[in-house]
Design a protein around this ligand. Structure first.
Ligand code: NDP
Length: 455
């Protein structure tokens, strides 16, 4: 029966599901996915994209027929690409098992094509090679733009006109940065849409693929104890804290050129904020979720300089006080109106904990703050997949929920562009603070102005 078949298809890995569909009378034409990593010689491709693709292969999440092509200007043979890629693949999923065999199988599916990013001719050559591997099956093509942003549009133009699929879908994953401000971001969007439909563009923000960020919606919308409290009536403040356990070592030039506001705040933190603050979407459909996120971003006031502390450089939810708290100092206990705090630690040491007031065991009435603690490493033995694995799988499956729509991007830039302009015009000097401290002193003053304790 159709219902049972659907349930079975939903519960098995993609590779098996593909086989099953084929077995069921060959109704579906066999399909294949060709993944082209544009900029395959680069850092991101080596460190993240190829390892994530291998992890998906290892887990049986890639379709039966797939081919991976590296594309870049550097001259390399297929063997040299495989050799380069093999250095960054790890057997992290099942350390007990020797995954060497799987690696060999995976590497045999990886190929390389040398080409310029703005050459139609070179993309036509790529197209020919892809077709040979696709062997007449229905072809689906995914291009991952792992190249500097100034060449995005050239590559999209050539890929879309000379190497897109004629029988199946063509999708393009675009890496940040998506512009430097509203104007440049809008120009990039306009150029991309000249060659692609919006639903072909997958703007990646790898923070959205992180386990704890995905879990944020589950925590909110499937636990009755949180959602009714998720309002300003009960929450006094929310702090999104981005702290790194290393300095700017070696990245000074990058920060001078692009900066942490553009690189982290305008995208990663704002995306998490939107997920945190959105109303319940009507379904888990990508468009319903993204509609709610856009509403949050559009409802926010552009950020004013007076509300900002710039310093050289967890989600923390502080609830309000319990009205008329019985257990305050006046009642003879030691607790001074301590509030509940929910902390969602995205990285490192993924975990969720809730600070509660608790009675210290004993004859007296002493209270302290204890943690109801969900530390992922202690609770789950399975290693958490890298964000790129989740996102690559979603792009292959056409799941857009964790990718950024163009109107989300516009709304995000509209919040930060006036602020960035002012900071740059006034040549503002960031406040220094010692490495390992809790951030610039100004942040504590700003928090105090709003009657909030920082960090
Ligand atoms: P790279 O600087 O390593 O560039 C990737 C490849 O693009 C290079 O190997 C090179 O290949 C080609 N390339 C570099 N500069 C130019 C140029 N000026 N003109 C033409 N081709 C060029 O970038 P990453 O791999 O670090 O990052 C790729 C993209 O992902 C970028 O947009 C980056 O902003 C983004 N990103 C990177 C992250 C990371 O951790 N590295 C994290 C998040 C986003 P060849 O010379 O062989 O053609």
């Amino acid at each position: 029966p159709a219902g049972k078949l659907k349930d079975r298809l939903l519960s098995i890995p993609l590779q098996e599901a593909d086989k099953l569909v084929t077995e069921l009378g060959g109704v579906e034409q066999e399909s294949t996915v060709s993944i082209t990593v544009v900029g395959a010689s680069g850092d991101l491709a080596k460190k993240k994209i190829f390892p994530a693709l291998f992890a998906l292969y290892y887990e049986g999440c890639l379709p039966e027929h797939f081919t991976i092509y590296g594309y870049a200007r550097s001259k390399m043979t297929d063997g040299e690409l495989r050799n380069m890629v093999s250095k960054t693949l790890t057997c992290r999923i099942d350390k007990r098992e020797n995954c060497g065999e799987k690696m060999e199988e995976f590497l045999k599916r990886c190929f390389y094509h040398t080409g310029q990013y703005d050459s139609q001719e070179h993309f036509v050559e790529l197209d020919k090679k892809l077709k040979e591997h696709e062997g007449g099956r229905l072809s689906n093509r995914l291009f991952y733009l792992s190249i500097p942003p100034n060449i995005f549009v050239h590559a999209v133009k050539c890929a879309s006109s000379s190497a897109s699929s004629v029988s199946g879908w063509t999708r393009v994953i675009v890496e940040k940065p998506f512009g430097r401000d509203s104007k440049t971001s809008a120009a990039l969007t306009k150029s991309l849409k000249h060659y692609l439909e919006e639903d072909q563009i997958f703007r990646i923000d790898h923070y959205l693929g992180k386990e704890l960020v995905e879990n944020l919606s589950v925590l909110r919308f499937s636990n009755l104890i949180f959602e009714p409290l998720w309002s300003r009536q009960y929450i006094q403040n929310v702090q999104f804290i981005f702290s790194e356990d290393f300095g700017t070592e070696g990245r000074g030039g990058y920060f001078d050129h692009y900066g942490i506001i553009r690189d982290i705040m305008q995208n990663h933190l704002l995306q998490i904020l939107a997920l945190f603050a959105m109303e319940t979407p009507i379904s888990l459909d990508a468009e319903d979720i993204r509609n709610e996120k856009v509403k949050v971003l559009r409802s926010m006031r552009p950020i004013q300089l007076e509300d900002v502390v710039i310093g050289h450089a967890e989600i923390r939810v502080q609830f309000r006080h319990v009205p008329g708290n019985l257990y305050n100092r006046n009642s003879g206990t030691n607790v001074d109106r301590t509030t509940n705090e929910l902390v969602i630690r995205v990285q490192p040491d993924e975990g969720i904990y809730l600070k509660i007031n608790n009675k210290v065991p004993g004859l007296g009435m002493r209270l302290d703050q204890s943690h109801l603690n969900l530390l992922y490493s202690a609770r789950y033995s399975k290693e958490i997949p890298d964000a790129y694995e989740r996102l690559l799988l979603d792009a292959i499956e056409g799941e857009r929920r964790l990718f950024i729509r163009s109107d989300e991007l516009d709304a995000a830039w509209a919040l930060f562009t006036p602020l960035l302009k002012e900071i740059e015009e006034k040549k503002m000097i960031p406040e220094f603070y010692p490495y390992g401290s809790r951030g610039p002193v100004g942040a504590h003053y700003l928090a105090a102005k709003h009657n909030v304790q920082w960090g």
